[in-house]
Design a binder for this molecule. Structure first.
Ligand code: B16
Ligand code: MG
Length: 186
């Protein structure tokens, strides 16, 4: 195998923001009189915003109309954005920046492959967006992980083959997506 590129998930890989998704969904579950355990939250990692909301509603036995769901998803996102507003470059996880810089030296391009619709905004806040050749986020895909669409679009943006590309992920759904796309999962 000749390494031609790397794709990074964002929440939980580049930045320690997964904890803020957890806090926000837990707050919503509490609002319905329930809770969200760490184990339940693991199932939400890499899942889209609406997919996560459906899970919270189901776990709490709550039914909502499509219009109400849109409002609830907006509310969760407001809570999440308030929390990530306090993030700075120090929240970039250990080793990420030095690894990306090493890739740059080796002329190995990198892409973002995140399910989050907030991913590009957050990378800009961290001032690291310019380090990525291609940015694929929750706004540019139709199918959620474990579907490999987000990583296949990343590889296409880098103009490389999946089998020569590493995908860095923190969620089991993301690892399944990487395997399904023929990537090297880490
Ligand atoms: P948003 P990743 C995913 O990001 C998170 O793991 C997941 O918890 C979240 O629900 C999803 O993004 C959608 O996020 O509400 O910001 O669009 O891990 O794929 O970078
Ligand atoms: Mg993640």
């Amino acid at each position: 195998m000749k390494l031609e590129g790397c794709i990074f998930d964002m929440d939980g890989v580049i930045i320690d923001s997964a904890k803020y998704h957890y806090q926000s969904w837990k707050r919503m579950a509490n609002m319905f009189g329930g809770d969200l355990t760490v184990e339940q939250n693991e199932k939400l990692k890499g899942v889209s915003r609406m997919g996560s909301l459906d899970f919270i509603l189901k776990e709490n036995g709550v039914e909502k109309s499509e219009e109400e769901k849109i409002e609830l998803a907006k509310k969760k996102n407001q809570w999440y954005l308030e929390l990530v507003g306090t993030l700075d470059q120090l929240d970039i996880l250990p080793g990420v920046l030095s690894f990306i810089q090493k890739m740059e030296t080796l002329e190995i391009p990198i892409a973002l492959g995140s399910a989050s619709k907030n991913a590009v905004t957050i990378l800009k806040m961290m001032k690291v967006d310019h380090l990525f050749t291609t940015l694929v986020d929750g706004n540019s895909v139709e199918k959620s992980k474990p579907n490999p669409e987000v990583f296949l679009k990343g590889a296409a943006g880098l103009n490389i083959k999946p089998q020569n590309c590493i995908v860095f992920e923190d969620s089991s759904k993301g690892i399944d997506a990487a395997i399904a796309g023929g990537f090297i999962p880490i």
